[in-house]
Design a protein around this ligand. Structure first.
Ligand code: NAD
Length: 460
């Protein structure tokens, strides 16, 4: 039984701690936020993550997992100390804010009583392993102890974090101390995943390059979606047709409102910043970020087009379905809904909204005077002039769409539905009487024009 301390008990730290405990290790999850640790001790999850609660409960009851705010007791006996604290963008800037990592590294070193491996699981700029090592060595009280630093970036996705951790595509470990990297690898052996051992900087770069590549795929398909809208093709079918090609793959080719959340936006920004600092202009990354920002505005553009142009949203009631940055999470960090609701409120629209899970986290980031939080999709749609879908919650597919339409202000004449996640079938929605617009579903509009006996758009 290996002794593990995980510093930072958020989406990554809590999942890492619970999963490593489940693999048979003795784990202490440490956080500086007392309220979080108290809730965990009381058996409550501070975050929504499918499958996490039973995993935590099982390992707490077996005595393999506990929670602490006290570095002395959490670090004292640990052979492995993971750093899983937040690394947001610095306020108003692009670089990663390393203050939480620096503080965690210093505190770990001050409290170790035996040789320890510090494992950087937080996403941190290339070269941060050196920073952690130097802070740790400066803070070490007993200089006869040995501290090694291993970078072990995390690739889990919120919403499927437990499964992703336990069934990773690969485990990446980077260090100057290859023996330490192999010792960290021992923790992951039960997962039977490929283990990639590299130098420190390369492991740190693998994380940024992976996130930047996935963000690029998203911005790529969103640009294709805009072209589809103009030329009359259907981006969903385009993505399916492309995805069969093994060189391309189907994943991350869902056109929508762009990427959000706590990782892609800040990581692409941080990588571009690193390139800039090193003297390279990151042209592709800049384009990826610009497309992503513009993509959120597509909802407003489509609404304005439905209502007769710019300035026509004043006084309109818009029902927003979905607030979280993606389905299966309560995480609101950099969610497109924040910008979109801000723009709607700024244009004078009245916003009513419903999210199955993220309402509480949303209240903290979206001012209540801009929005009415509702208990159901149907309540949100009451007297609405338009409905917009901002999150791909699967439960939205269970909505009784006729009932939803009938809640609206004028269901027979102007039931506008902007499907920002391409959840619904355009032809079915048109048949139900919605003025439907997805993202990049130009072909469906061409088909409905044709079925009315009109000329195809391409010939107009
Ligand atoms: N969330 C994801 O999907 C995801 C996926 C892969 C990688 N990452 C990376 O993992 C890291 C953590 O992300 P997260 O989403 O879990 O963050 P989070 O904000 O949910 O959790 C971070 C936790 O660290 C705690 N903390 C901060 N400073 C501390 C300190 N000095 N000592 C102890 N605890 C401290 C905070 O209180 C918080 O509970 C980030 O670098 C992120 O980029 C996140």
């Amino acid at each position: 039984m290996k002794k593990v301390c995980v510093v930072g008990t958020g989406y990554v730290g809590l999942v890492t701690g619970a999963c490593l405990a489940d693999l048979g290790n003795e784990v202490v999850c440490l956080d500086i936020v007392e309220a979080k640790i108290e809730r965990l001790r009381a058996g409550e999850m501070p975050i929504y993550e499918p499958g996490l609660e039973p995993l935590v409960r099982r390992n707490v009851s077996k005595g393999r997992l506990r929670f602490s705010t006290d570095y002395t007791e959490a670090v004292r006996d640990a052979d492995y100390c993971f750093i899983a604290v937040n690394t947001p963008s610095i306020s108003g800037g692009a670089a990663a804010d390393m203050t939480y990592v620096e503080s965690a590294a210093g505190s770990i070193a001050q409290h170790v009583t035996r040789d320890v491996i510090i494992i950087n699981k937080s996403t941190m700029p290339v070269g941060s392993g050196d920073l952690v090592s130097s802070i740790a060595h400066k803070n070490l009280r007993d200089t006869s102890l040995n501290i090694s630093v291993v970078s072990n970036p995390e690739f889990l996705r919120e919403g499927s974090a437990v499964r992703d951790f336990l069934q990773p595509d690969r485990v990446v470990l980077g260090s100057y101390d290859q023996a330490a990297a192999r010792r960290v690898g021992e923790l992951y052996v039960p997962l039977r995943a490929p283990i990639v051992i590299t130098d420190l900087y390369t492991a740190e770069m693998i994380k940024y390059a992976s996130n930047a590549f996935l963000a690029t795929k998203i911005s790529f398909i969103n640009e294709i979606a805009r072209i589809c809208d103009l030329l009359g093709a259907d981006v969903k079918e385009v993505a399916a047709g492309m995805g069969y090609d093994k060189r391309i793959g189907r994943a991350f080719l869902d056109a929508g409102l762009g990427y959000g959340g706590s990782c892609f936006p800040k990581d692409v920004k941080a990588l571009a910043h690193m390139a800039d600092q090193a003297g390279l202009h990151p042209q592709l990354l800049d384009a990826v970020m610009k497309i992503n920002v513009d993509q959120r505005h597509v909802v407003i553009d489509k609404l304005e087009a439905e209502f007769g142009g710019a300035g026509k949203l004043a006084g309109k009631t818009v029902a927003v379905l979905g607030l979280a940055f993606k389905d299966n999470t309560d995480d609101m960090r950099d969610a497109p809904s924040i910008d979109i609701i801000g723009w709607l409120a700024g244009a004078g629209a009245v916003v009513r909204t419903y999210d199955p899970i993220a309402t509480e986290t949303a209240r903290a980031v979206i001012a209540s005077e801009d929005v009415t939080y509702c208990e159901s999709e149907y309540e949100a749609a009451e007297n609405a002039d338009a409905i917009v879908v901002l999150t791909e919650w699967k439960q939205f597919l269970e909505i009784d769409m006729e009932r939803l339409r009938d809640q609206m202000r004028d269901p027979d004449r102007s039931a506008v539905l902007i499907d920002g996640r391409n959840l619904f079938d355009p032809e079915e929605m048109t048949r139900l009487g919605f003025h439907y617009q997805g993202i990049g579903r130009g072909a469906s509009r061409r088909r409905s024009v044709l079925s009315n006996g009109a000329t195809p758009l391409a010939d107009e």
